[in-house]
Design a protein around this ligand. Structure first.
Ligand SMILES: [Zn+2]
Length: 198
C-alpha cells in the first residue's frame, strides 16, 4: 500500500489500467493498490488533470471485478446501513480522520484551491460513493477508512483473491471497440462514478 509520493506507473501498468477502464488511462501518477497478481486495483490520479480540471478522487478504483462488486453492493440496502455506522462516535471520528488522511495524501501531491477541503465518497459525514471509499481503503490499507473497510468486507470481490482476466490480451480488442463502435450511454455505475468527480 504505497502512499504519496508514488512511483511512476510502468508502461504495462498504464496498458492494464487502460484495458480495465476501456479507455486510455491518463493523468495516472501511481498505482495505489494492486491485486495479489500485481494488476492495479486503484490508481492515484492527478489532483488537477492535464486539461486543468480539478479532480478530487485521488484514489480511483480501476479493477473491473472490484467496481462491479461495489456497484452491486450500492444497489442493495447497504448504503443506509453503512451511513448508520456513523452514529457511533468512534466510527464517526475514524471517518473524519480518514477524510483528513485523504486530503493530506492529495495535498502532498498538489494543492488545488477549487477542491480544498473536499475529499471523496461523502467524507467526512456522509456515505455517497462506495467506489471512492473502497478505493481509499485499498490504497491506505485496513484501519484507515472504516466505511471503505466495511464495504470491501461486504463485497463479493476481495483484493486477496485474483479474479483478473489477461488484461493485455484484451487490449487490442478494447481499442478496436473504442474506435469502431458508437459510444453507448454511460452505465449507471460509470455515470455514478463520474458524478463523484464533479
Ligand atoms: Zn489479479
Amino acid at each position: 500500500m504505497p502512499t504519496p509520493p508514488f512511483d511512476a506507473p510502468s508502461a504495462d501498468d498504464i496498458r492494464i489500467v487502460s484495458a480495465q477502464l476501456g479507455r486510455t488511462a491518463r493523468n495516472v501518477i501511481g498505482i495505489a493498490a494492486r491485486c495479489v497478481c500485481n494488476a492495479p486495483t486503484v490508481v492515484a490520479t492527478k489532483p488537477r488533470l492535464d486539461d486543468g480540471t480539478p479532480f478530487p478522487t485521488l484514489y480511483y478504483l480501476c479493477h473491473p471485478g472490484a467496481t462491479a462488486a461495489i456497484s452491486t453492493l450500492e444497489a442493495t440496502s447497504v448504503m443506509p446501513q453503512l451511513a448508520a455506522l456513523l452514529d457511533d462516535p468512534n466510527v464517526a471520528a475514524a471517518y473524519t480522520a480518514a477524510h483528513h488522511a485523504y486530503l493530506a495524501d492529495r495535498d502532498g501531491i498538489e494543492r488545488v484551491a477549487e477542491i480544498a477541503g473536499i475529499s471523496a465518497g461523502g467524507m467526512p459525514v456522509r456515505v455517497k460513493c462506495l467506489h471512492a471509499l473502497a478505493g481509499h481503503s485499498l490504497a491506505a490499507g485496513p484501519g484507515v477508512n472504516p466505511i471503505g473497510d466495511r464495504a470491501i468486507a461486504l463485497a463479493t470481490w476481495s483484493p486477496d483473491v485474483c479474479t483478473c482476466i489477461d488484461y493485455l490480451a484484451t487490449e487490442v480488442m478494447a481499442a478496436d471497440v473504442a474506435e469502431s463502435v458508437t459510444p453507448l450511454p454511460a452505465t449507471s455505475a460509470a455515470a455514478h462514478r463520474a458524478g463523484e468527480t464533479a
